[in-house]
Design a protein around this ligand. Structure first.
Ligand code: ADP
Ligand code: MG
Length: 240
């Protein structure tokens, strides 16, 4: 299958007061095929979020090449990067960043609204379909602020799928949830992967969940230290 993501010799330095620069990613090579579900693990400070932000086109590498969905991103201007990010990539973070005064449906419609500029019936239908997918049909008109942590994360997942991205980047998506909610949110991500074919790169500290991924990539001190398959049976999908 085609590669959704290809990184070649990605380096990243942060300026911490000129002329001092600290390099936090020291040459990352990584390829992810369409439909893969990959865990990114590693100690705190090893560079996981930095790498995810670069892959998500929220930040630029200092050097190296990055292809997203077959498109070489290194030379794209800001407008083209924003367009590619909006259409090819969905984000789920540890803290969901929902708009608390908006309903579940309004939150899911946000990326479509930003893209098209005005609401339409089709957007509402799409939001309803996605909320159905994440098991929250009955909650469509509830304000985010009145929902549990697990429910809010499900709304955030529905929102991440709004533009039908090829790739979803999730930075500790279950980090803020109790064990039972974490399990069911993770199972939801796996089901989306299995049934919609969406590719996932998921940062997690939870080794039990990492083992349920197709592949585990370990980052240590800004370098890929190890890569191995997870213990998920191919095609196995855990029940919600
Ligand atoms: P992880 O997500 O694995 O915990 P991060 O990518 O957040 O790691 O951080 C990697 C290193 O880069 C850390 O040493 C962190 O302090 C540093 N870092 C992260 N973001 C910035 C920034 N915006 N400016 C300077 N240093 C940063
Ligand atoms: Mg992090």
């Amino acid at each position: 299958m085609a590669d959704v993501l290809a990184l070649e010799a990605i380096r990243k330095s942060y300026a911490i007061g000129t002329p001092v620069e600290t390099e936090v990613l020291h040459g990352i090579d990584l390829t992810i095929r369409a439909g893969e579900f990959v865990a990114l693990i590693g100690p705190s400070g090893s560079g996981k979020s930095t790498l995810l932000n670069i892959i998500g086109l929220l930040d630029s590498p200092t050097s190296g090449r990055l292809q997203v969905n077959g498109e070489e991103t290194t030379r794209l201007d800001d407008a083209a990067r924003t367009r590619l990010r909006g259409h090819a990539i969905g984000f789920v973070f540890q803290y969901h960043y929902l708009i608390s005064a908006f309903t579940a449906a309004e939150n899911v419609m946000m990326p479509m609204l930003v893209d098209r500029g005005h609401p339409d019936r089709q957007m509402e239908q799409r939001a309803d379909e996605l909320l159905d997918w994440v098991g929250l049909s009955r909650w469509r008109n509830n304000r985010a602020t009145n929902m549990s942590g697990g429910q809010q994360q499900r709304v955030a997942i529905a929102r991440a799928l709004a533009m039908e991205p090829a790739l979803v980047l999730a930075d500790e998506p279950t980090g803020n949830l109790d064990t039972a909610s974490a399990d069911s949110v993770f199972a939801l991500l796996r089901r989306i992967n299995a049934e919609r074919g969406t590719t996932f790169l998921v940062v997690t500290h939870n080794m039990a969940l990492a083992e349920r991924c197709d592949r585990i990539v370990e980052l240590v001190d800004g370098q890929i230290n190890a890569e191995r398959p997870g213990r998920a049976e191919p095609g196995a999908v855990s029940k919600l």
